[in-house]
Design a protein around this ligand. Sequence first.
Ligand code: ZN
Length: 77
Amino acid sequence: MDDIDLDELVSSLTFREENEAIKSYQNTVAVACPACDSQFDDLVVCKENPASLNLSKQLDLCVGSADDQVVIFTHKK
Ligand SMILES: [Zn+2]
C-alpha cells in the first residue's frame, strides 16, 4: 500500500466539520478508499491522541496514517 497523500486526498473532498478532536471531510466525488479500494463516505482526521469518534451510525472503518496523524475512512453498511 502506498503512503496516504493527505493534502491531495483532502483537496478532492468537501470539508464538513472540525472540533478539538477531529476534522471531517465528505467524499462527494467518489474517491476510492486507499485501504480497500471501494468508495468511502467520509474521511476523518484525528487531531487528538487519543481521540473519540462518537459515531452515530454503524460503519465499516478503514484506518491509515498520514503525516503522523491517524486518518479514518468510513463506509456505510
Ligand atoms: Zn475502505
